[in-house]
Ligand binder design. Structure first.
Ligand code: SAH
Length: 199
């Protein structure tokens, strides 16, 4: 069974993260260029399974307990504490990115009728703060749920979506914002800020 304290931290984080997403998903959008593919739909579904379904199966019953890491207590506590900090950081970044992106946010790769290029806030130094938040979340999940399957499920299921999405999204932004986006990419990193000397 997962450690009760870290399980509660994990569940609180999951509910908060889904809440942030739900608030912004309800806002009406009017896409003028949607670049949706079946592959992307399948990978989105897969990431959802790794983010929610597998961890909840682990938390709700004994079925996945055979895959527990079995860490010594001091190491388990250290891992869970780092996981707690990373989960808090992930949720803060996810929330800030939603605030900064505003109505331009969409779960899909698409350009809205009144889409604007956001280059401020958490987008000032990195182009993909939401995906960075998802990676922090995935690592936090592995540290909080100390089980090979439930802990690692979001890392494994998010990777293919991330690899597919980033180039497609950047292509769409380049098509619509041209030189403005080119200039923006020149002084930002994807997930990590560029060093100032290289701007
Ligand atoms: N990749 C970004 C945004 C994810 S939401 C992140 O990780 O924070 C996906 C949508 O955001 C896409 O449909 C894309 O059109 C839009 N988008 C991505 N970067 C943007 C930016 N800098 N300004 C405005 N919209 C952006």
């Amino acid at each position: 069974m997962p450690h009760p304290t870290f399980t509660i931290v994990y569940l609180a984080g999951l509910v908060t993260g889904c809440g942030i997403r739900a608030v912004y998903a309800r806002r009406r959008k009017n896409a003028r260029d949607r670049r949706f593919t079946i592959t992307e739909g399948v990978l989105l579904g897969l990431a959802g399974v790794g983010l929610q379904i597998v961890p909840l199966v682990y938390v709700c019953g004994p079925w996945l307990d055979f895959a527990d890491y079995g860490l010594p207590v001091p190491l388990a506590v250290a891992a869970g504490s780092v996981g707690t900090i990373l989960f808090a950081a992930a949720l803060w970044l996810l929330w800030r990115a939603h605030v900064d992106l505003g109505r331009n946010w969409s779960a899909l790769v698409e350009i809205q009728a009144e889409h604007t290029l956001v280059t401020g806030g958490v987008y000032r130094r990195i182009r993909h703060p939401m995906y960075a938040a998802h990676w922090l979340w995935a690592i936090a999940q592995a540290l909080l749920l100390q089980n090979w399957i439930a802990g690692g499920s979001f890392i494994v299921s998010f990777l293919p979506l991330y690899l597919l999405r980033v180039p497609r999204e950047e292509r769409a932004m380049l098509d619509h914002f041209g030189d403005a986006y080119r200039q923006y990419t020149a002084h930002t990193g994807r997930m990590w800020p560029r060093r100032r000397g290289r701007e």
